[in-house]
Design a protein around this ligand. Structure first.
Ligand code: SF4
Length: 317
């Protein structure tokens, strides 16, 4: 309806980009932190797609995982706590030609940033949103987060967290205009990369919850799943995340799930047994706010420039 046309010619690179072209500063996460796997997966996707680093923007809030933009040689914005999505939406609304990746943690997204999370999903701008969920506030050294499991002892709940944790999948699936929801784990690099790649290809906001290891403060959180992958449930479908057959061997439990089926997605997310990994829901027909904002509302380029000139005139001597 709004006729957004991406200028694909701008993606054609004059030379071949290697992984080195996307590597920023040396990662300063703890040894064994799952964040390393995520930044590597993103760099590999950019390399595979040959996206010029200057056409990519990594945006984050505050938290351990939100350091990710520093470790990418792309444009980046390390924002305020919980505010990654407003920044990302601002970038996308004015520069829809750029590839926008959002990194946020469970504290950043599901607590202080919860309002932005809901409205960001509803805006459905074309970007990838990675929720790195380690079930704890890591940067501030082990406080209970909204996704912390009952009974987990933290600095804020030394006798154990007692509220039922918030489920990022069911919450996201419940937001109006949601268009893509997937889940993966940081310790399976093939599934992690394939899932993020699917989110990148999606036209709209691709929300991916990544179960992320924090060996320093929540090493217990996914210990059972790492030791026994039978606790994971691989979602399979021709419209889902595609993995080579050889790579699916790490998932003894599988089920067929059509990501077009919202009720099925909610049922999968609410399962009592088996943590689902793969694509829960996708609907590319849902309206995208970036298609509206990039065109503007009766705002031609000339009108926008005239508006900027008028604002600048306020500061003219
Ligand atoms: Fe990673 Fe946890 Fe260390 Fe933060 S505290 S860098 S999440 S291992």
């Amino acid at each position: 309806m709004f006729g957004l046309k991406k200028d694909w010619s701008m993606r054609v690179s004059p030379r071949y980009f290697t992984l080195d072209d996307y590597e920023g500063a040396v990662g300063r996460w703890c040894p064994g932190c799952g964040d390393f796997a995520v930044v590597t997966a993103v760099q590999k996707i950019l390399r595979d797609e040959q996206l010029a680093p200057e056409r990519v923007v990594n945006v984050s809030g505050i938290g351990c995982s939100s350091r990710l933009p520093h470790y990418m040689a792309t444009y980046g914005f390390h924002g305020l706590h919980g505010r990654a999505l407003p920044v990302a939406c601002g970038v996308k609304s004015r520069r829809p030609d750029l590839d926008v990746w959002v990194t946020t943690g469970d504290g950043d997204c599901t607590s202080i940033g919860a309002g932005h999370w809901i409205h960001g999903i509803r805006y459905n701008m074309n970007m990838v949103v990675m929720l790195l969920d380690n079930n704890v506030y890591g940067l501030t050294k082990k406080q209970t987060s909204p996704t912390t499991a009952i009974g987990t002892k933290t600095n804020t709940h030394p006798r154990g967290s007692f509220l039922p944790p918030l489920d990022p999948l069911t919450v996201t699936l419940g937001v109006s205009n949601v268009s893509f929801v997937a889940q993966t784990v940081d310790w399976n690099p093939a599934h992690l990369k394939a899932t993020l790649h699917a989110a990148w290809k999606h036209k709209g906001l691709g929300f991916v919850r990544i179960l992320q290891r924090c060996p320093t403060y929540s090493d217990h959180a996914f210990e059972d799943l790492q030791k026994d992958p039978a606790g994971l449930l691989l979602l399979e479908h021709e419209r889902g995340v595609q993995l080579d057959e050889s790579l699916t061997k790490g998932f003894p439990n599988r089920t067929r799930h059509d990501p077009a089926d919202m009720q099925g997605a909610l049922a999968v997310a609410n399962r009592e047994r088996g943590v689902p990994v793969g694509l829960l829901f996708q609907d590319e027909s849902r309206p995208r706010y970036d298609e509206f904002t990039c065109e503007g509302h009766d705002m031609s380029v000339e009108k926008r420039l005239a508006g900027i000139e008028a604002e600048l005139d306020h500061f003219a001597i």
